[in-house]
Design a protein around this ligand. Structure first.
Ligand SMILES: [Zn+2]
Ligand SMILES: [Zn+2]
Length: 52
């Protein structure tokens, strides 16, 4: 078990895990932080916002 708490991407609609030195999983999410989006467009597989 991983006892360390992994931080989720700060994008409200994103379900990815953030990078080690970032609050976001991708530059997309960082750029979208001031935008209220229903879906996340980071295109990471498994992200709640991706509909592919
Ligand atoms: Zn995402
Ligand atoms: Zn994200």
């Amino acid at each position: 078990m991983d006892s360390r708490k992994q931080e989720k991407c700060a994008h409200p609609s994103c379900s990815c895990m953030a990078g080690n030195n970032s609050k976001y999983c991708s530059p997309y999410c960082e750029a979208a932080k001031n935008t209220t989006e229903i879906a996340c467009g980071c295109e990471h597989s498994g992200c709640a916002g991706t509909a592919k």
